[in-house]
Design a protein around this ligand. Sequence first.
Ligand code: PRX
Length: 655
Amino acid sequence: MPSEDPAARSASASVGAAVAPPPAFAEQANVTAASLREEFAENWPACWERAADLLDWRDDYEAVLGGDGPPFRWFEGGSLNASYNCIDRHVEAGRKNQVALRWAGRLGESRAYTYLDLHREVNEFAAALRALGVEEGDIVTLYMPMIPELPVAMLACARIGAPHSVVFAGFSADALATRMESADSEYLVTCDGYYRRGTPVHQKSKADNARVELDHSVEATVVVDRLGDQPPLDDDEYDYERLVRQHHSATVDPVPRDAGDMLFLIHTSGTTGEPTGVRHTTGGYLAQTAWTARSVLDIKPEDTYWCSADIGWITGHSYIVYGPLALGATTMLYEGAPDYPEKDRVWELIERNAVDVFYTAPTAIRAFMKWGAEYPESHDLSSLRLLGTVGEPINPRAWKWYHEHIGNGECPVVDTWWQTETGAMMVTTLPGVDDMKPGSAGRPLPGISVEVVDEDGAPTDPGEAGYLTVDKPWPAMPLSMVEDTGWFADHEQGRPPLDRFDWAYFTEDAAAVDEDGYITLLGRVDDVINVSGHRFGTMEIESAITAVEGVAEAAVVGAPHDLKGEAIYAYVTPVNADDEATLRERIVAGVEDAIGPIAVPAGIVFTPDLPKTRSGKIMRRLLGAVARDDDLGDISALRNPEVIGELDPIPERED
Ligand code: PRX
């Protein structure tokens, strides 16, 4: 069975009273037809043509969904280029002077790229990549913070048909090496360094260390001079600025890619010790991303839109770069922290740039709430038309605060459920049409088919917790699912039986559905912890901890945290209990080195033994209950019940 019974979660979910879409918003919304879900359902899969119509195709597709699948060939026979769709066609449509990218740097700098500017630099960098030897199909790793060169590099890769693999800048050298290794990536674009909360991070030295660890060689490394202290470069290293200058005014024809060709690779945490590579397609991914950016985020070409995620995660790929740029809007990129130099930084940026649509994570909203309403109140936020959240459940209190203090009660709030694997939004409200229920994401989007099932694979009753399952393919499905015929083989690994569906994807999320079909998410049922909307596999962190000298055994669990939603807690058995302070420091350093500071546990508890079953398996469920201060439940399987008395609950930590 899955590692956790979803029913155990049901008590924690609460949903507020329904809120109707504000009439002023509904009047101007991109989607106003309440019948859209029915229309899509009746006309599935041809309905997805509506999404494909938002794109310019080089060769028209012959079928919206080719074959009976799997494999699922979305927009079969069609070809297109993502960079052309995100840039050239807007320039050709006479919108060259519209700002495409507005960047706010950490030190108060700002830069704006019109669509023409973006066209120029993407072409120049694409030419440079080619000159370095990058060919269609080669995977280029991008290891950069939130600077404009990151989306430029993504689009340059897309232009020449080289899939990018963006690695979150905060990840360690080891984590970068693992991802480059698994992608067999021989090209790297990085920067000299950047500031993280006032401390310089030497990105280039992390990249250098990663290169040493790789089994294969790196053909070329491009380095952006972000801090102005570009270290001396080796022969196979190139300064970004110089490269772009050398290719001044170069143009590169966008390479036509088949709809099913890979646009990019992104890694995410799963239940294995290694990150999983997820490969997204060019046609289906871009179509659904553009379609959801338009119908859910209500983005219009003239909008200034801001998604505060990092491009290192899927949210940034889909809704900072591809979705808004495919629609020809202005997308903002912010490098800094939300509380620097002051706690009103976000609101100041929204006011200064007259942001129309703002998309963020519940963890940020909880921090804004804690800081106080006086910060948003000191700014004119009347430009805002719509608010969104993503990444984790938002509780009704935070939802209402966001709605009232940021949206002035006039902006719909879309709570969007999706995953790295789904590529684009799947479950949420259509903001001009649907009532919102604070705490519930909403219904499956038109064309998306989702069911909540119980342990036997049968539909759950309203309000009953079960497993969230997608039972029809969707355009932005990743290549592994497009190709995979064996989704039912997972039964043995503890998924509910899904044989009654022709095809199904089990999301690893628990959920409950109400009488109106609204879905409330109840958290993961696998060994993945969702910290501030980011996924961490417990195994990955445990192997980082057990690799530390002096650690005998470790188990990592998630427990609720006021700001982060969930936080990581580690129970560690030392080899000998002498010097806990030093061991604690070594564990922190070990996790920082293996993954990055973002994965460091909020609490480390030393214990002489870990609770184990008679067969010797660590009982994580029990540790989770201790960390959460919950009822311990059935402990009859425990071999060493005496250990319970030794397990300290996790100390509170502000972080
Ligand atoms: O547990 C769900 C949670 O985030 C997981 C996916 O994480 P990741 O692949 O990193 O993508 C995050 C951004 C799309 C899901 O399995 N999750 C995401 N959105 C929501 C959510 N949980 C509740 N409500 C949401 N709106």
